[in-house]
Design a protein around this ligand. Structure first.
Ligand SMILES: [Zn+2]
Length: 341
């Protein structure tokens, strides 16, 4: 089985974007709407948006199930206040739930949190609970920078974030550390801000001792871990200078990297440098890079091709495709078992 741990609903019907635009237009006068009930999207529209896009590509490329979350760049936690984010997250998560209900063999949810800059992360817990208990979601996306590129929150190792971690441990759900749109002109959203955040999250964990307090907490760092695998020697050296344990003990019981790296040399490096146990298959399609690579004639984000061609044995490939995901996402494993898979 091939589990893609990183997919977003980037192809939601236009009505969703229109609702969000109306919400933003009335930030100062929310009493003028729109109301949640003003958004009407039929099951047929949802079905079509998935069947002609993500599911079509999953069938073509041979992946079976996607851990599916709201569109990351649309989270835009920097817009409005907590109430703005809470309403928006509720709507986006419900759509993911409906997609998972329509295609239970192919999609399972991961929650967007109603984060807002400077607001206590405790305020995200009610939505997190709803998504896990009522919707059967198996993970969350945690934005380390709700400001959208200005980095105003404490590092992920700070006690500020602990209420979220306590809930994650209780529910046995991992977090994908995933920022949203950059509103800082210096950082392109998917080309710089995402990769910066991946690297930053790893280094925050390296300098801290978060996993001493939460030995079972799990983070998935997307986009192949940003700069981390490429600079593994730097990080090992820094850990040594800081008197930290070897990275294997210090971080690799808790941190995982996905395969959203869009060329063969990148996946070759990832699988050579990072232990196979810490790599999860993912494509993040349909996402940041939709084009065809003229060097290969295939889509940049058809990451299965790179994993197939990597110098690893079949047992290792099976871990990347399936085994590791079942371990990192215990609720996914349980849901699959309940389906006889
Ligand atoms: Zn993503």
């Amino acid at each position: 089985m091939i589990i893609d741990c990183h997919g977003h609903y980037t192809t939601a019907p236009k009505a969703l974007e229109q609702w969000r635009k109306a919400q933003i237009a009335n930030l100062a006068t929310p009493e003028l709407g729109p109301k949640v009930a003003d958004l009407r999207i039929s099951d047929d529209e949802l079905r079509e948006s998935i069947e002609t896009n993500q599911l079509r590509l999953m069938r073509e490329r041979g992946s079976d199930l996607t851990i599916f979350s709201p569109r990351a760049s649309f989270m835009a936690h920097h817009i409005g206040d907590l109430r703005t984010s809470a309403t928006w997250a509720g709507i986006c998560n419900e759509l993911i739930h409906r997609v998972a209900q329509l295609f239970p063999e192919h999609f399972i949810g991961a929650a967007m949190l109603p984060q807002s800059p400077g607001v206590d992360p405790r305020t995200s817990i009610a939505e997190l609970e709803r998504c896990v208990r009522d919707y059967g979601f198996v993970a969350i996306n945690l934005n380390p920078d709700p400001s959208g590129g200005h980095w105003k929150e404490p590092p992920l190792t700070d006690r500020w974030w602990y209420p979220i971690y306590e809930k994650m441990v209780e529910y046995r759900i991992p977090a994908m550390v995933h920022v949203s749109t950059s509103c800082n002109a210096c950082f392109h959203t998917t080309g710089a801000h995402y990769l910066n955040a991946d690297t930053t999250a790893f280094m925050q964990c390296l300098t801290g001792d978060l996993f001493k307090d939460f030995p079972t907490l799990k983070f998935v760092i997307p986009h192949g871990g940003g700069a981390v695998p490429y600079h593994w020697g730097r990080f090992r050296g820094l850990a040594q200078e800081l008197g930290k344990p070897l990275l294997q003990q210090h971080l690799l019981n808790n941190i995982y990297f996905d395969t959203c790296v869009y060329h063969q040399p990148g996946i070759d490096l990832l699988t050579r440098v990072i232990p196979v146990d810490n790599i999860l298959f993912a494509s993040e399609m349909i996402g940041a890079v939709k084009g065809i690579d003229p060097q290969t004639g295939h889509s940049f984000d058809d990451t299965r091709r790179y994993v197939e061609a990597a110098s690893i044995d079949p047992a290792q490939r099976a871990l990347i495709y399936e085994g590791n995901a079942r371990r990192v996402y215990p609720r996914l494993h349980a849901a699959l078992q309940a389906q006889g898979r």
